[in-house]
Design a binder for this molecule. Structure first.
Ligand code: MG
Length: 278
């Protein structure tokens, strides 16, 4: 129960590199998917071989698209996922290709930030996004795969509504408690309880609330040092019966040394809580 995982990348990306995964002694990763030009069968097979050598399995392959930026909340609205209209068609096609790439990697879950879904159910784009996600979910199902939607951009109520309207049995949630705070979408622990039945993976990430939630970013901080209440987060995961990987995410690839140190800090924090509550 609860193997420690880490968010990892091949080449560029927000995650840590495989040599760091090995050094940290971690055996589970969520993989930030490489961009189109590197998503070849040969690359997948050679990557898989490397993973085998260090005894690492991939729990979730995460979609990552060119042109996405998390610089600030307005930029996220404009650039992330399948909500922006200019890039929608090409990204929808890419998701199918990423699913096929993940299949070669032997991974049955695809993680995605779909972007800011309209809050108003009567917005015509809401229905269009539901239809797109239904088609994609059906494609994944044929591949024997699930979708894990990353939390943050929606409130728990909004996410529950979207999942209910989607009405597909292979769509779940990747719960990131820090994102709820960073995006100003609500208190993470009640949100986790609300969407509990959909939670199939999670990010151990922490953050502090901004002065203007929903308008400006809060600050991402090491797991255990923010407003998530990391211990209660783990206790609540136990309470809802979650037994999958605890994937540490620390998105500061520009400072690899600090990223590694803070991941190690998170590992120690998690190990200590595990000893007490499991
Ligand atoms: Mg996350």
């Amino acid at each position: 129960m609860w193997p420690i995982g880490v968010f990892a990348s091949i080449g560029s990306g927000l995650g840590v590199q495989l040599d760091v995964v090995k050094e940290l002694g971690i055996h589970s990763v969520q993989l930030c998917c490489p961009h189109k030009e590197n998503r070849t069968k040969e690359n997948a097979e050679s990557f898989l071989k490397k993973l085998k050598e260090i005894d690492v399995t991939i729990s979730v392959v995460f979609c990552d698209f060119k042109g996405e930026s998390y610089a600030d909340i307005p930029t996220v609205k404009k650039t992330i996922g399948i909500v922006p209209k200019e890039t929608r068609a090409e990204r929808v096609q890419e998701i199918r290709e990423i699913a096929d790439f993940a299949k070669i990697l032997g991974c049955d879950a695809l993680g995605i930030h779909i972007g800011f879904i309209p809050h108003d159910k009567n917005d015509p784009d809401y229905a269009e996004l539901i239809q797109i996600m239904r088609d994609l979910s059906d494609y994944l199902k044929q591949n024997g795969q699930r979708f894990h939607l990353e939390t943050g951009q929606e409130t728990a109520d909004g996410l529950e509504q979207f999942l209910t309207d989607l009405h597909r049995d292979n769509v779940f949630v990747n719960f990131d408690p820090a994102n709820m705070i960073l995006y100003g979408s609500g208190e993470p622990i009640p949100a986790l309880k609300k969407v509990a039945k959909w939670v199939r993976s999670c990010h151990c990430k922490d953050a502090k609330w901004s002065d203007s939630p929903g308008e400006t970013w809060g600050a991402e901080v090491p797991f255990g040092e923010g407003d998530v209440n990391a211990r209660l987060f783990l206790e609540t995961l136990k309470e809802i019966g979650y037994d999958g990987p605890l994937t540490i995410e620390r998105e500061i690839p520009q400072d690899a040394a600090r990223q590694k140190t803070e991941i190690m800090q998170a590992m120690t924090f998690i190990e200590n809580v595990k000893k007490e509550i499991l």
